[in-house]
Design a protein around this ligand. Structure first.
Ligand SMILES: *Cc1c(COP(=O)(O)O)cnc(C)c1O
Length: 365
């Protein structure tokens, strides 16, 4: 099912029951289901605190604010990412600076980061593209040397761990997950920020809810300019139910990925993206197409067969809005990646037959 898209939610009866229970609980926001998903995320990632929010974009915004990002500051982000990684910096009045990636794995290149550091650089936001972990050791060293704050955009990476079983999102000062329907688990719309620092957690909770300190209704005091970035209990009930099946969904995506790996091993026009670590969230199955392949034409032909595929991503500086801000210097690997990359269907709703039909179509076309 859902061959027409590169990724999809998978909803089962237990999800529906969980949502109905939340509807019947008498509390639809700031209730027990929000606390329950935060606790479950802490148990899953071993983060000390998790703050559930209305989207990963909202999470990035308050994470950058909690890091103190403001006017005159710079934050280094990869050029190959969803626009929100950079947009959240602009929300804070700060300037996103685009680093190049490495072509083989789509991940931010630590050497590129190093070359972009100025006295105004305050933070780095590595993106765990497709579910692959960035080189957090190298990035951590650079951050320590230059006194920079690391905020991981882990929107793709819930379920990704390094060889020491350390979860994506727990290497830096903060990590941000997305629960959009295409992401590893969904709450409809939603996300979460994880952190190991209690003071940062307190700031994030404050910014999530109007900057108003909790307390009796009469005792409310607004101490910061916050937002309404809360997520409702119905959404959180869905997410907590999904989280229980995350590992089995990843297993299924891995099985699909290994069918693809085998099938494309002899196709010299298709190179599957390198996926370095053992426990990968498998959010995407990106392939790199040979220069001889006309990607637009290929996608049109795939669409005729009802097979969805999408490029992740156009370099953010190429969007007209960013061009209008004066961003124009192309980064060589980001450009080449944008030309070559295609994410093909890889999600737990696909049957083996559907996977074979994608393989057959790509090898034939
Ligand atoms: C999806 C995504 C986001 C934004 O997530 P939302 O929950 O939709 O706001 C941010 N960064 C990356 C890399 C993403 O893929």
């Amino acid at each position: 099912m859902y061959l027409d898209r590169y990724s999809s939610q998978v909803i089962d009866e237990s999800d529906i029951e969980a949502v109905c229970a939340a509807l019947n609980s008498g509390v639809l926001t700031q209730g027990a289901a929000v606390e329950a998903i935060e606790k479950a995320l802490c148990e899953y990632t071993l983060a000390a605190s998790a703050i559930a929010v209305s989207s990963a974009t909202a999470g990035l915004h308050i994470a950058y604010l909690a890091a103190g990002l403001g006017a005159g500051d710079e934050i280094i982000v990869p050029a190959i990412t969803f626009a929100a990684t950079a947009n959240a910096a602009l929300y804070c009045g700060a300037k996103p600076v685009f680093a190049d990636i490495s072509f083989d794995d789509g991940l931010i290149d630590p050497r590129s980061i190093e070359s972009l550091i100025t006295p105004r650089t305050k933070a780095i936001a590595p993106v765990h593209y497709a579910g692959s972990l960035c080189d957090m050791k190298a990035i951590g060293c650079i951050a320590a040397r230059h006194n920079l704050i690391v905020i991981e955009d882990a929107a793709h990476a819930l379920g990704g761990f390094d060889a020491a079983n350390k979860s994506a999102g727990t290497f830096g000062a903060m990590g941000v997950f997305s629960f959009h329907p295409v992401k590893p688990i969904t709450t409809g719309e939603g996300g979460a920020v994880v952190t190991g620092d209690p003071e940062t957690a307190r700031k994030l909770r404050l910014l999530r809810s109007h900057g108003i300190e909790r307390g009796g209704a009469a005792e409310q005091d607004m101490t910061a300019l916050g937002f309404n970035y809360r997520i409702g209990d119905i959404n959180c009930a869905l997410g907590a139910s999904q989280l229980k099946r995350l590992d089995s969904a990843i297993k299924r995506r891995e099985a699909i990925a290994s069918l693809y790996d085998q099938a494309f091993a002899r196709n010299e026009r298709i190179t599957p993206l390198k996926t370095p670590q053992a426990r990968h969230s498998r959010h995407l199955y990106p392939i790199l197409l040979d220069r001889a392949v006309d990607k637009a034409k290929l996608c049109a032909k795939l669409r005729e067969r009802n097979i969805g595929a999408q490029t992740h991503y156009k370099p953010v500086y190429r969007h007209s809005f960013y061009r209008s801000l004066g961003y124009q210097t192309p980064l060589p690997n980001a450009e080449a990646f944008y030309e070559a990359e295609l994410s093909i269907p890889c999600h737990a709703a696909l049957s083996d037959d559907e996977v074979y039909s994608v393989i057959e179509a790509l090898n034939a076309l």
